[in-house]
Design a protein around this ligand. Structure first.
Ligand SMILES: Cc1cc2nc3c(=O)[nH]c(=O)nc-3n(C[C@H](O)[C@H](O)[C@H](O)COP(=O)(O)OP(=O)(O)OC[C@H]3O[C@@H](n4cnc5c(N)ncnc54)[C@H](O)[C@@H]3O)c2cc1C
Ligand code: FES
Length: 350
């Protein structure tokens, strides 16, 4: 996968601990992406390559310049470094945009986004896409923050609410609001259910979740209790730790054939190693980021054979039916053949 060289054109402070980085490719080429996708930055930190993904918050066809937003994590290895050190003019290396938290065609009359903190970054991009490019869709955003000053894109969301008053409903929830007239609330099962019952009038609804893991679990549980089907709930998970290998009795090596960038590679992969681990060990530079089955950067298509995945938070039932797998958490159960395809942005998208 060809790496991008990105120049930081401008930096905007969003909150005390988050900044947006406006970028361009150094060779002047357009960066092809879809709303909701992310970049995976490759940074040399003290002689070691560190990879982290950052969602693109701009929207193709709506925003002129691509930007992503980083929240500084206290003790975070890369976010702290980037937040403190990155300045306009710097050049950073990235994998091309990827990710499956995207909307090719609206899936419902109402799109409900449930987000908290920095989880707003891909959501902001998708909301703009729906509001500007799919006029038939209504949007509800339920957005939890500590207070108004920590609300990333808080002002922009209020402007969108004014501009699309009949189609966009914004429910901001603050646990410790600065404005004394606002209620102090935390999104929990009861509050979320109340808001959804009050706001959802159509049976044609799709949900998009992005926020801290416990927040997403709470939201998903509430939706399940409310009898919404798994297929109408999409999630983007920022934080991943590598899951343990699944239970498998077959520890014999299987042949894995990988078709990547016009080359064909043959490997032997045996439990408890994943396909990605063995490929990287053999210096086959396949794409990856989180290594925890959460981001989808490592997605390949399994054209023959069978694999077992220890976790899958990103591939939909349709993706699985089409043979997509996450190589970072995939263990071959038979000999398998894999191909990699670049995700083609839709026509007309910059
Ligand atoms: C698909 C995808 C998109 C992402 N998009 C964004 C984005 O748009 N903006 C953004 O800021 N981050 C985003 N992230 C998260 C980002 O990739 C890093 O994980 C994050 O910046 C922390 O990296 P770090 O090296 O600073 O922390 P690490 O050194 O990796 O982690 C240090 C500790 O902090 C914990 N931690 C990590 N993140 C958080 C958090 N947010 N809150 C509390 N604890 C945390 C870790 O579990 C760990 O214990 C995204 C991740 C994925 C997979
Ligand atoms: S590298 Fe993130 S899902 Fe595999």
């Amino acid at each position: 996968m060809e790496h991008l060289q990105l120049r930081i054109k401008d930096i905007r402070q969003e909150t005390t601990i988050s900044k947006s980085y406006f970028i361009e490719e150094v060779n002047g080429r357009n960066i092809q992406y879809k709303a909701g996708q992310f970049l995976t930055l490759l940074v040399d930190l003290h002689g070691k390559e560190v990879r982290r993904s950052y969602s693109i918050s701009s929207t193709p066809g709506v925003d002129d310049t691509i930007f992503f937003t980083i929240k500084r994590i206290e003790n975070g290895e890369l976010s702290r470094y980037l937040f403190d050190e990155l300045k306009a003019g710097d050049i950073i290396t990235s994998l091309p945009p990827t990710g499956r938290f995207t909307i090719d065609r609206p899936e419902s009359e109402l799109a409900v986004f449930i987000s908290a903190g920095s989880g707003i970054t891909p959501v902001f991009s998708l909301i703009k896409q729906l509001l500007y490019q799919f006029r038939e869709v209504k949007v509800l955003l339920i957005y939890q923050n500590h207070n108004e000053s920590e609300s990333i894109f808080g002002k922009e969301l209020l402007l969108l609410q004014q501009k699309f008053a009949t189609r966009f409903t914004l429910k901001e929830i603050f646990s410790q609001p600065i404005d004394q007239n606002k209620r102090s609330q935390r999104l929990n099962n009861n509050l979320l259910e109340r808001i959804l019952l009050e706001q959802i009038k159509s049976s044609s609804v799709a949900f998009y979740l992005c926020g801290p893991e416990p927040f997403m679990r709470m939201a998903e549980f509430t939706l399940k209790v409310m009898k919404y089907r798994h297929e109408v709930i999409r999630r983007e998970n920022f934080f991943a730790s590598a899951p343990p290998p699944p239970f498998m009795t077959d520890h014999t090596p299987h042949r894995v054939t990988i078709n990547y960038q016009n080359s064909r590679h043959e490997l032997e992969v045996a439990y408890p190693q994943t396909i990605l681990q063995v490929a990287l060990h053999h210096k086959i530079h396949l794409p990856y980021s989180c290594r925890g089955g959460r981001c989808s950067t490592c997605t390949a298509r399994c054209t023959s054979g069978k694999v077992k995945m220890s976790i899958n938070d990103v591939l939909t039932p349709k993706d699985l039916q089409e043979g997509l797998i996450l190589t970072c958490v995939a263990y071959p159960e038979t000999d398998v053949e894999l191909t990699y395809e670049m995700v083609e942005p839709e026509e007309g998208i910059q």
